[in-house]
Unconditional design. Structure first.
Lengths: 345, 841
């Protein structure tokens, strides 16, 4: 088990018992980039602890019922037959105990525990001082860092950087259909609903990259709508933040300059914005610091020169149905454009 | 426990004539004129099972695609169509219709009667279901199968984001399931309440009948919001309204509420019949009555009731208020209790019985284990914080397949192994049956258990592929292998059925030595089912009664007209709801072509709505209208019945129920009114829900003058209704009937015209304002009700003039009066909502 933080007593119980029964051991071995069982923050930690409580309770009840059923079927010593009214009254008493009293008590206790977990996971201990707005689009995530000071607001896409150990408020809105924001190792999911503003919070306790994915079916490319949350030590985060605030640096060499011209004149700028240039399109992701990101097309591709070239040349093969049209460019223009985009750090 | 002897008729010649009346119609047109519950149920079961196989094949394609990360067996569009159609087909074209088909077959046999109360409705449901199912599947031919998921969340399914006709196929095609389910609900409810063997008091009806009664009531309350919701969606898609469009003040979440207020009870609508089936199998194979019948019935009632309070647990991640969420968590936990009672009752019954190992019992044992596992994960997903993690992941996919396959498909297979010998007259092979069970049980768990883990590892549902780095590749491979194994199990079942047709041992009347009435008849039973009406004195007549004949002279006398009779028409018995006292004879319609024609009319209407073609819509409406007239055209056999039996009750002679509260028609009208009331409540709730949004409304309180006059007219319609109720009681008061029906026609027409003028005077635009949509929704509902009053009163007036002495005219007048009273009450509610409340705050 790899989660770092265990909240309260339930976690200890879970840790002690989890490796024992076989299916649970199987689960415990499961460590993945989106694993609910490998929490990396206080909210997700609470939820994971609750999960283990539920799994253990469920396994015990299932074992109990199965044992009773099999015993009922195979026991040697049978009750008097045909059954007597006296015997049936006794059976009824057992039905009430097993079907009403037992689940009643267990579920009442569980209910109180669930409310407790909900309160703890629902809001952070300290009020967050950073608010990020996540904007759902078919099929990518707009990310806007909010601030009271207008000059400290900037936009990026599909990648959220947060400082380690600090709670971050996330405002959730949608520009088209319903999506759901879900980074399992940090927090449970919350929907992005057009016409509404939802809110959640995340916090990571260790530096790292936490993958998330849209969890509400949102159309053709729902499967390829991922995002990364990158938790950094505060100083590193501040540096990133400062860099993102800056407009794009002007192209330094002639190839990049040609690339910029291609960008502005071939239609890219109709949908994409690059701060510091005329490009102000809002339909697609903001590309001001594209080169600083790890993935392309909402997690569909790693951000390398080759993938970027392929994506620009033929986005419909790589992510069929996405809203980016293929841009017909000759080889030289494409190379120049790539050169330019690579400078957007 | 002795098997009750079946008394054979004495007068063979009379019996021959009696059987002939019930025989299936012959000739080529016989196929489409068939309305008797047994042959109709054969077709119903066969077609619903075909849809099960089709949906299963869709699932196999999906599992093939998902077997490896990043594979490209199908493209994303196809994949999205596959999962949408898989879910839609399993829910709407398999589970519900199949259960209804089993009930259509079994209920009259179990209750000791000869048919369902409305056989033409049975046939209409069947044909509509078959054509409608084919209509939805025909979308594959156009490459335009529905692709918005089986719960079709807006705005994704609205025209802006789903511009093709894919979702129109879904939305319009769904009306099929709605019509068929509603028809079956009315039928089942009235059948269980009124058409039982004498002596079968409420505390003696078989558990399956209890289950179906509860399900029928649930269908009325659950399907109505779905009908309203899909209507709103289709109107939105056609650009006529803006119920769900946020930019016009509409609310995407309203769809979710309407859908899940149907969708959650739906789960129990599918599951409760399974409880009934399982109870019968447990009783038959534990060789004893269920322990605590009363507790199980109460548990079913509680389940049905609580299931309407759970829908929000499908919406835990939408960000509603925490207090409301807490309540729904509590309700989700609460429903575990009635389910616990049922499970422990079965265990106690097996514990104290003498279990006999036959395939049906095997399936029941598999069911209990899988269902309990699914119920436990259900408690887990009901715990809101946990749900925040697993909602919309493969954990939930695993959960509901445990509940639906474990909780519904396994019991249905138990039921098939139990009842097919009754239906075909041949026993299924036990050895194949056991292989069948173990293959299905093991491969089910191989397929679906790993999905819990895939979900916990972060695999969302409805993704056409997943990256390798997610680490769920091998789990998915295992699931796929399990899915193929499960398909093999189903194939083995088909083999068993086919083989049993040729080589199965004859089943005899009661191969399991079971307890309920269906086992007193031959296998397969004749269309008429009971040549003599059985008399019930026990919950388990085949175990506890020496004879199924009447013991007292009066009952014998009362039932005499039904002993291998009537011979000129199809007759059955109605009894009192509580104690099963014989009340009257009823005329059961004979074979007719009109249900088939009407279903054709429906399909043409569907096509017209799909293609936006007014001509096609007109043709469909014309066919439907003609078939309605044909349907309600006075039947000769009913005339014969009235002459033979008469409508007056005497001391030792039962009357024929034709008009008024004794007739099944009035009960059907009552069900219709409950449906309308539910629709009204749905529209009013939607109005206030939308009005709560940020737009706030109405912009200005609508003018009161014309609506106030309309209110006076509605009150007058109610007055005419009351007058008609009084007049309908007496045959000789034809003058009063003519007056009141004509007055009600005039008043309802004037009301509708006036209210429409008032609406037009407001000059609002429903296509760009959710307020105007909600307004026109409510008014449109009211206008439809008034049109219904107008038509029914028209029929009543026709009878009053053409055949004033015919009691059937009184029946029509009585039913029309009931709807007229409802229309006035409904307007009162609409008036207060639209015109009074805006002036209050």
């Amino acid at each position: 088990m790899s989660w770092r933080r265990v909240n309260g007593g339930w976690g200890k119980v879970a840790r002690l018992r989890a490796p024992v029964p076989a299916p649970l051991a199987l689960l415990a071995a499961c460590d993945g980039p989106q694993s609910v069982l490998a929490p990396a923050g206080p909210a997700a930690g609470r939820l994971t602890d609750l999960s283990w409580v539920l799994f253990i309770m469920g396994a015990l009840v299932l074992a109990l019922v199965a044992a009773l059923l099999l015993y009922a079927l195979f026991r040697r010593q049978r009750s008097p037959f045909p059954p007597t009214p006296e015997g049936d009254r006794r059976s009824t008493r057992w039905i009430v105990i097993g079907g009403v009293v037992f689940p009643g008590v267990v579920l009442s206790v569980l209910f109180l525990h669930v409310l407790q977990v909900e309160r703890a996971a629902g809001r952070p201990a300290d009020d967050p001082d950073l608010t990020i707005e996540v904007i759902g689009n078919q099929w990518w995530w707009g990310v806007r860092y909010l601030s009271r000071e207008a000059h400290r607001v900037f936009e990026t896409a599909n990648e959220i950087h947060i400082p380690v150990g600090r709670p971050v408020r996330v405002r959730l809105v949608s520009r088209d259909v319903i999506h759901s924001f879900w980074v399992p190792r940090l927090q449970g999911k919350r929907d992005l609903i057009p016409g509404r503003v939802n809110e959640t919070w995340i916090q990571a306790d260790a530096p790292g990259v936490y993958r998330g994915q849209c969890a509400e079916y949102c159309g053709l490319q729902h499967a390829n709508m991922a995002l990364l949350v990158i938790a950094q030590p505060p100083a590193e985060f501040e540096a990133w933040y400062a860099q993102q605030l800056r407009p794009a640096a002007p192209p330094a060499d002639s190839t990049a300059r040609r690339g910029q011209a291609v960008f502005l004149e071939s239609g890219c700028a109709l949908c994409h914005a690059i701060r510091g240039t005329r490009a102000g399109g809002e339909l697609g992701p903001d590309l001001t610091h594209l080169a600083s990101r790890r993935t392309l097309a909402a997690g569909a591709l790693p951000n390398t020169r080759g993938h970027l070239a392929g994506w620009i040349a033929d986005p419909q093969t790589l992510k069929p149905g996405n809203l980016m049209p293929a841009v017909p460019l000759d080889a030289a223009d494409l190379q120049a454009l790539l050169r330019y985009l690579e400078t957007l750090r | 426990m002795s098997t009750a002897p079946v008394i054979r008729p004495r007068d063979e010649e009379k019996a021959e004539r009696f059987r002939k009346v019930w025989d299936s119609p012959r000739g080529i047109d016989g196929i489409i004129r068939e309305i008797n519950n047994i042959p109709v149920a054969h077709r119903y079961m066969a077609s619903a099972f075909s849809f099960f196989l089709a949906a299963g094949l869709l699932a196999l394609v999906m599992r093939t695609q998902l077997a490896r990360p990043g594979s490209a067996v199908v493209d994303p569009e196809t994949y999205n169509q596959l999962f949408t159609m898989h879910g839609t087909t399993m829910m709407f074209l398999f589970v519900i219709p199949f259960t209804e088909a089993v009930a259509t077959y079994m209920l009259p046999l179990m209750l000791g009667t000869r048919d369902l109360p409305f056989p033409r409705l049975t046939a209409l449901s069947l044909w509509t279901f078959i054509f409608g199912g084919l209509f939805i599947f025909s979308s594959f031919l156009f490459g335009a199968a529905p692709n918005g998921g089986w719960f079709a969340y807006v705005p994704l399914t609205n025209i802006e984001y789903s511009p093709g006709i894919n979702m129109d196929f879904w939305d319009i095609g769904l009306s099929v399931a709605e019509i068929a389910a509603m028809g079956a609900a009315a039928e089942i409810m009235i059948s269980v309440l009124r058409m039982r063997a004498p002596g079968m008091a409420l505390h003696r009806i078989p558990m399956f009948a209890w289950a179906m009664l509860i399900v029928a009531v649930m269908i009325v309350f659950a399907f109505t919001p779905l009908i309203v919701g899909t209507l709103m969606l289709e109107l939105d898609r056609k650009g006529l309204t803006a119920f769900f469009k946020p930019e016009a003040g509409g609310e995407p979440l309203l769809w979710q509420h309407l859908f899940w207020v149907f969708g959650h009870p739906e789960v129990y609508i599918m599951f409760i019949p399974a409880v009934g089936i399982v109870t019968h199998v447990v009783q038959a194979f534990a060789r004893r009555p269920i322990v605590s019948y009363t507790l199980v019935v109460l548990a079913l009632l509680a389940t049905g009731f609580i299931s309407f309070g759970l829908w929000v647990h499908h919406m835990f991640t939408t960000g509603l208020s925490p207090v409301a969420m807490g309540l729904f968590v509590a309700a989700s936990f609460l429903i575990a209790i009635p389910n616990g009672i049922q499970v422990f009752s079965w265990i106690a019954t097996l514990w104290t019985g003498r279990p006999v190992w036959r395939t049906p019992l095997l399936f029941v044992v598999g069911f209990i284990i899988i269902f309990v596992a699914g119920g436990l994960t259900g408690v887990m997903v009901g715990a809101m914080p946990f749900d925040a993690q697993v909602h919309d992941t493969y954990f939930v996919v695993a959960h509901f397949h445990y509940v639906l396959i474990g909780g519904v498909v396994f019991p249905l297979f138990a039921g098939l192994y139990y009842w097919l010998p009754k239906i075909t007259g041949r026993l299924l092979d036990e050895r194949l049956g056991k292989w069948n069970f173990w293959l299905m049980f093991i491969s089910f768990n191989v397929a679906f258990f790993p999905m819990h883990v895939s979900g916990l590892l972060g695999m969302p549902r409805r993704v056409y592929t997943y990256p390798e780095e997610l680490g769920v590749g091998s789990l998915n491979m295992v699931s796929t292998i399990g899915a193929y194994g499960f398909a093999l199990g189903v194939a083995l079942f088909l083999v068993n059925v086919v083989v049993s047709f040729w080589r199965g041992r004859p089943a005899g009347a009661n191969p399991w030595d079971a307890d309920t009435l269906e086992w007193s008849e031959t296998s397969p039973p004749p269309n008429a089912q009971f040549e003599r009406i059985p008399v019930v004195r026990s919950r388990h007549p085949m175990w506890e009664q020496d004879s199924l004949g009447p013991v007292d002279a009066r009952t014998r006398k009362l039932l005499e007209p039904l002993d291998t009779a009537p011979t000129g028409w199809r007759g059955a018995l109605v009894v009192s709801v509580l104690d099963g006292r014989p009340l009257a004879l009823v005329h059961v319609p004979s074979p007719t072509i009109w249900p088939f024609v009407m279903s054709i009319g429906f399909v043409v209407l569907l096509a017209g709505a799909l293609l936006d073609s007014l001509i096609t819509l007109g043709v469909g409406a014309a066919i439907t209208a003609v078939s309605t007239v044909g349907w309600f055209w006075p039947a000769k056999t009913e005339r014969l019945a009235i002459e033979e039996i008469g409508t007056a009750a005497e001391a030792d002679r039962l009357p024929l129920a034709v008009a008024g509260p004794l007739a099944n028609g009035a009960w059907g009208t009552a069900v219709l009114i409950v449906v309308l009331l539910t629709a009204l409540v749905t529209f009013i709730t939607s109005y206030f829900y939308l009005g709560n949004g940020p737009f706030g409304w109405p912009p200005t309180a609508p003018d009161l003058r014309l609506p106030a006059i309309a209110t006076v007219l509605a009150a007058a319609v109610a007055g005419a209704g009351f007058g008609l109720l009084r007049a309908a009681r007496r045959v000789e008061r034809k003058g009063a009937r003519r007056l009141w029906t004509a007055a009600a026609m005039l008043l309802s027409a004037t009301f509708t015209a006036l209210s429409m003028v008032a609406y037009l005077g407001m000059s609002v635009s429903p296509s760009s304002s959710a307020y105007a949509s909600a307004l026109v929704g409510l008014l449109g509902f009211q206008w439809s009700v008034m049109v219904m009053v107008f038509v029914m009163m028209g029929v009543g007036a026709a009878w009053a003039w053409a055949a004033p002495r015919d009691p059937r005219g009184h029946g029509v007048a009585f039913n029309a009066a009931l709807v007229a009273l409802f229309s006035a009450a409904s307007w009162a509610a609409v008036f207060v909502t639209l015109y009074v409340t805006p002036r209050l705050w």
